[in-house]
Ligand binder design. Sequence first.
Ligand code: ZN
Length: 699
Amino acid sequence: MAVDETVQNPLLKTGKFPAFDQVKAEHVVPGIRNLFQELGKDLEELEENADASWDSLVVPLERITDRLGRAWGTVSHLKSVKDTEELRKAVEEVQPEQVAFGLRLSQSKPLYEAFCKIRDEKWSELNEAQRRIVETEIRDATLGGVGLEGDAKKRFNEIQQELSKLSTDFSNNVLDSTKAWKKLIKDQSEIKGLPPSALGLLSQQAAREGHEGATPENGPWLITLDAPSYIPIMQYCENRSLREEIYKAYITRASEGSSDNTPLIERILELRLEKAKILGYQNFAEMSMARKMATLESAEKLLGELREASYDAAVKDLQEVKDLARAKGAPEGVDFKHWDGLFWAEKLREERFQFSEEELRPYFSLPRVLDGLFGLVEKIFDVQVSAADGLAPIWDKDVRFFCIKDKTGNPVSYFYLDPYSRPAEKRGGAWMDEVVGRSKVFADNGEAARLPIAHMVCNQTPPVGEDPSLMTFREVETLFHEFGHALQHMLTRVDEGFVSGIRGVEWDAVELPSQFMENWCYHRNTLMGMAKHYKTGETLSEDLYQKLLAARTFRAGTMTLRQLHFACTDLELHARFVPGKGKSVFDVEREVAKSTTVMPPLPEDRFLCGFAHIFAGGYSAGYYSYKWAEVLSADAFSAFEDAGLDDDQAVVQTGQRFRDTVLAMGGSRPPLEVFVDFRGREPSTEALLRHNGLISAAN
Ligand code: ZN
């Protein structure tokens, strides 16, 4: 029986595309268990036969990690976009086995010794990509505890198990507490000021939750805490007490009752510190930096420099919105509070630039934006992007599938796009992930390599009624951002699977192509090419375009400082904080806030309880990466500015160079060298500060 079950288990199917439409919670435990049994045998065999040759060591190892990555990737993807109670339980059951297998792999002495032997004896026979693989395998084995023995090893492995569980629990708590908060509004006067798009979305949410017949005009309207619902309330709702209520619900997510993340945070930090010490590091940040482009010192130096450049600007930003609130009749004696910030900032923007973010939405419908994005990529990277819906199984009816081809029409990669927010089952935020990577080991007959496949997941405003998804400009930037990641994965020319695409790229360099792509949202030809009214087809007016450009640096000091606050808090917690010594993590955040906020967090602020980036994602001691890589991405984009953004030929030439270096080489070469290959020199912060309007007039 067991054998039959496995044969039919869709999780283990080896077709070109995962069976996302068939994999159910009940397949996870038997499928993953069976897989580990087989992979365990493969690993034993490899350990017995491994010698210092590429074909007997690296190729079979890649076969093992690839099968695991593919099956586990399918499970964790479905958990992120289609979470259910049953799936949660199944993942919880097999996760310890997944962690144990990962530890077995990274702590395998025969493999480690074989890699060291290759380094010592075969170095001259290896190409550059292969050398990077050998170096990173040795480094990762060391950080994975290969050198540990006895009690230290046992304790290290226990820590890894517990950390893995804590990370999943943290993420579940955020999803649960976000999902649990809802507020039904029946009286329109309570949500006065909301634009039609928000009314449409909120009434659609109400209808979906059983209030049939809900309409944008007459309600009822259901407010939730996911971004497409939360942000319009904070920006437009005139009802100050409602804004306060929602703001406070948002900043206290996952901070009480059964979804309280507070004890998990303390425990995670405690275990990370212990783990770092077992490996001989002073603290977790130092250990984390062993795999990065920056050092703790250089990361903190950059954050300090950016703080200098943005703090006074942020103080001025706050004064301006306070002045406006007062001038517009905010009552005397009422303090300006956190829930007034976005509301008056939007009013100030409307007054200063004479347009509202809402006015832009009809010009950014998802189909037009995709046309614009693909058109840009086709032009500068010399590829074609075409719809391939139906070719691969999907997990939700709104998911799209696409194929990227080279100029001769041969496919080079594929990607899924899951665009809309689904608060009941999908976690928040936007991300790109790999499905499989490019690799010659898995090449079909006649192909040089298996083609890479990527996930693009966003949480943008869903279509309302008959209209397509009408995006905010920020949602457009997010889509471009994620596509930048996907391009690095999909346009790689590296055939060595361990360092192709985004694999092997240092964490603080991965945001280079993504943030680079965001710049194109302001590029005239790109923007005007896609900003067409979804009903009339009319292009965005020149006037509105100029206003959008002028508004680009609006409150840049505030935005920069906000990112710095997150980055500095993250490093403080991972480099200097010692749990259990009297101070709480919230005390630490408040101390950091003294120099990184102009309006200190409220005493009840529990933002850290929802900070999944560093407690459930890969950004621990790494949130600074956004700013670190933004220096690289802004400087990379400035190469296009130098060449002339209106000069099509120059743009295409520079684009080719970007494709040949940053996008093609991925992790096969150190990121600083790749940057220099493209830019002809080392990175400078000048372009980033200039784009943000944060360089003083004197220089
Ligand atoms: Zn990103």
